[in-house]
Design a protein around this ligand. Structure first.
Ligand code: ATP
Ligand code: LTN
Length: 333
């Protein structure tokens, strides 16, 4: 089924909201760029999404909209495997087994857990705590070589590698040890109103802080125009200039230009003109995605078939690894 010679790429996104420009530049755009050179498996991590309370009907809709968006962005269901995590029970099964090879102390160090539990202090559930174990199961089930993600997932990748190595040390070479792929530019897009915190699809109280891939194009332009900058009117990177640095990053990541080239391009230009150029670049990238998304959304039968086929193909691979793991830990065969 998979081409034996190609390396395996695996990544996932939670349907916890509609994807932001951060999700696109940190993850989706790279998935699209990698998709022809690797065997790619991309999932909608809906089991991860319920670590935070969700409205059921809304979650179901966002899940389907996200798979539609994956295709609109250019992932190819013929060549890549695209599926819902909850359609493959092997994830939950392996996750349980790996829980028994993960220490509380390791999970206690995870910054995402600390952040999410302070934001959702009324619902600090054990799923939120063991979230990285389920993520490790996702990755390890597919004998993944490379995991393209944004900077915020670095710690989760480390723990995945540690769990896999620990398991392999006991039982032999069961899991491939995956490498992360974190882009040079775009791995950490910050909020437009609060550039000291990452742009997040589900955690913003201020809509102007986040650009959503499906936002109306004029709204995108306005959000960029309204973004927070500073008063010295100089376009350059600098820790003292988080707003401008973030816009420069967005521009570089969208256009594929290096940070230096982008900085040089806007030397001496005013903030208004700069923001206009950033907005144009973002809109140019997003417009075709939105057009494709609208077209695909009306093709119910096609999306249904992608979901079904994705689940079958993913299950086949995942079950191979799971069978091996069950045998190793001593479950009856
Ligand atoms: P949530 O707000 O629900 O926690 P999220 O917006 O952080 O979600 P995820 O679904 O957890 O997004 O992540 C999907 C991918 O997007 C991951 O690879 C993650 O590293 C990347 N990502 C998320 N936010 C950003 C960002 N601001 N900049 C770059 N990459 C990002
Ligand atoms: N936790 C990830 C989403 C995710 C993921 C994965 C990413 C779930 N499973 C497996 C890469 C590989 C996040 O981005 N918050």
């Amino acid at each position: 089924m998979l081409d034996e010679k190609k390396k395996i790429i695996y990544s996932a996104m939670q349907p916890s909201g509609y994807p932001s420009l951060g999700n696109y530049l940190g993850a989706l755009k790279n998935w699209k760029n990698l998709k022809d050179d690797f065997d790619c498996i991309f999932s909608i991590a809906n089991m991860h999404a319920i670590t935070v309370r969700q409205d059921s009907a809304n979650l179901r809709k966002k899940t389907r909209d996200l798979i539609t968006l994956f295709i609109a962005i250019g992932l190819d269901p013929e060549k890549n495997i695209i599926y819902y995590q909850s359609d493959v029970p092997a994830h939950a099964e392996l996750s349980w087994i790996l829980n028994c090879f993960t220490y509380m102390g390791e999970l206690n160090r995870m910054t995402q857990f600390k952040e999410k539990s302070s934001k959702h202090s009324e619902n600090i559930n054990s799923g939120l705590f063991t979230y990285p174990v389920l993520m490790a199961a996702d990755i390890l089930l597919y004998q993944t070589d490379v995991v393209p993600v944004g900077e915020d997932q670095r710690q989760h990748l480390e723990i995945c590698r540690d769990i896999a190595e620990r398991f392999n040390n006991i039982y032999g070479e069961v899991f491939k040890i995956p490498e992360g792929f974190i882009p040079k530019v775009g791995a950490r897009i910050m909020g437009l109103q609060n550039p000291s915190k990452k742009m997040s699809k589900s955690e913003s109280d201020n809509d102007n802080n986040v650009i959503y891939i499906l936002d109306d194009l004029n709204l995108i332009r306005n959000k960029i125009k309204r973004s927070v900058t500073d008063s010295d009117n100089e376009i350059r990177y600098g820790e003292d200039k988080p707003g401008i640095s973030n816009l420069l990053n967005i521009y570089s990541a969208v256009t594929g230009k290096s940070s230096e080239d982008s900085e040089n391009e806007f030397r001496g230009v005013g903030y208004g003109e700069f923001k206009e150029a950033v907005a144009e670049a973002v809109i140019k990238e997003i417009r075709p995605i939105q057009e494709k998304y609208r077209e695909l959304s009306s093709d119910k039968a096609y999306i249904d078939s992608v979901i079904k086929e994705g689940a079958d193909k993913a299950s086949y691979i995942a079950n191979k690894t799971l069978r091996k793991v069950k045998k190793k830990v001593g479950f009856p065969q």
